[in-house]
Design a protein around this ligand. Structure first.
Ligand code: NAD
Ligand code: DAU
Length: 356
């Protein structure tokens, strides 16, 4: 029987990868994608599936209660996979308001619509899972040792992570109070095709490709745990099918790297894979250490043992393979990259990095 999934934020980086992942693998899945098309949402990310009869795009805001409630009534989704969010930490520092609006109020609006569908739905039409896609940043910052587990107390430190923490708590409350079959996933840093070039890896790829300076915050020794986006998609599909309502699952790549290691690896790969810079200069010569991000979390590292043990998911892509695939994708998709480097990106870049 065909399952209808309501996906929010399906035109963003992870959402678009997830929609493509499912439509390419699962014949009996139908996806309704609700996306506001902010600067981070891009219709061309799903151009190749737009005509698929199992796909419907709805342009709209998750904060619009009428629209969201109407979609639940019309589509009777069996599951929700909630990606829609403001996702970039630096933007949350310069302008937190949109983060509270979309991440907190938007998640609340969606939960209310899901609650109505859950309580009112006839047995065969009612919602079976609400998967809330969240982040490891809710746990705060680690020192040199230790890992985030599902029991680590929340300690968000940026407006972005605070808004995601608030949304996690609302989701959890709807499970405990109303019995809504929610599952929360807290995932580490993703990378791969279709990532907007405000995030470290695509920003460095784009700048290094074009011989521009490579901004590394602080001493470059902050650590992130990197996961190839397709592995995250597989984890989410596993959680959607096997996750236990009320539970949280940490998702990580078991792949800790200092930022400077990442930037150096990108330079080395681009020297090998792309046209040489003028004079044959090595791309590492473009690295610049710049003013640090305020409140910059030092280290994130996920203990993903629970999802491995209970649901059998493990990352399948090594960092070396994933980074090479990512760079190949950006090299092969120049028009996509040019398309997102529009006027608003230029002014964002100037505000964020000009004179930094
Ligand atoms: P993104 O910024 O690339 O995409 C966000 C998408 O949400 C865009 O398509 C945008 O148009 C849409 N959107 C924003 N506000 C909306 C609104 N009010 N109504 C409807 N749509 C709206 O984000 P991403 O990196 O793909 O992240 C997706 C989710 O995964 C987010 O919830 C994020 O917190 C979480 N997450 C991201 C990472 C990561 O490394 N990128 C890691 C862990 C968790
Ligand atoms: O951990 C999961 C989170 O990972 C997600 O919830 C967020 O949505 C996602 O944006 C990401 O957050 P980070 O802040 O870790 O990602 P970002 O790519 O912005 O930065 C990665 C690291 O690189 C971080 O330590 C800051 C540093 N950095 C980033 C940029 C953009 C630089 O040194 N220079 C840069 O220009």
């Amino acid at each position: 029987m065909t399952k209808t999934l309501l996906v929010t934020g399906g035109c963003g980086f992870i959402g678009a990868n997830f929609v493509r992942y499912l439509l390419n693998r699962e014949a009996d899945v139908r996806i309704v994608n609700l996306d506001k098309l902010t600067y981070a949402g891009n219709l061309s990310n799903l151009a190749d599936v737009a005509a698929d009869s199992r796909y419907r795009f709805v342009h709209g805001d998750i904060c619009d209660a009428g629209l969201v409630g109407g979609l639940f009534a019309e589509e009777k989704p069996e599951a929700v996979v909630h990606f829609a969010a403001e996702s970039h930490v630096d933007r949350s520092i310069s302008g937190p308001s949109a983060f509270v609006q979309t991440n907190v109020v938007g998640t609340f609006t969606l939960l209310e619509a899901a609650r109505n569908a859950w309580l009112d739905g006839s047995a065969e039409a009612s919602l079976r899972r609400f998967v809330h896609v969240s982040t490891d940043e809710v746990y705060g910052s680690l020192g040199a040792t230790g890992y985030f587990t599902e029991e680590t107390p929340y300690d968000p430190r940026s407006p972005y992570s605070a808004s995601k923490a608030a949304s996690d708590h609302l989701v959890s409350a709807y499970f405990h109070t109303y019995g809504l079959p929610t599952v929360i996933t807290n995932c580490s840093n993703n990378y791969g095709p279709l990532q907007f070039p405000e995030k470290l890896i695509p920003l460095i790829v784009n700048n290094a490709l074009h011989g521009r300076e490579l901004p590394v915050y602080g001493d470059g020794k902050n650590v992130r745990d990197w996961l190839y986006v397709e592995d995250h998609c597989a984890a989410l599909w596993t959680v959607l099918n096997q996750g236990v309502p009320g539970e949280t699952y940490n998702i990580g790549g078991n792949n800790e790297k200092q930022n400077i290691e990442i930037v150096t690896a990108i330079c080395t790969l681009l020297d090998e894979m792309a046209s040489p810079l003028p004079g044959g200069k090595a791309r590492t010569s473009l690295i610049r250490f710049v003013k640090d991000r305020p409140g910059h979390d030092r280290r994130y590292a996920i203990d993903a043992e629970k999802i491995r043990r209970e649901l059998g998911w493990e990352p399948g892509t090594t960092f070396e393979e994933g980074l090479r695939r990512t760079i190949s994708w950006y090299l092969a998709n120049g028009p996509w990259l040019q398309g997102v480097l529009d006027g608003s990106y230029q002014s964002y870049y100037q505000t964020m990095y000009g004179g930094r």
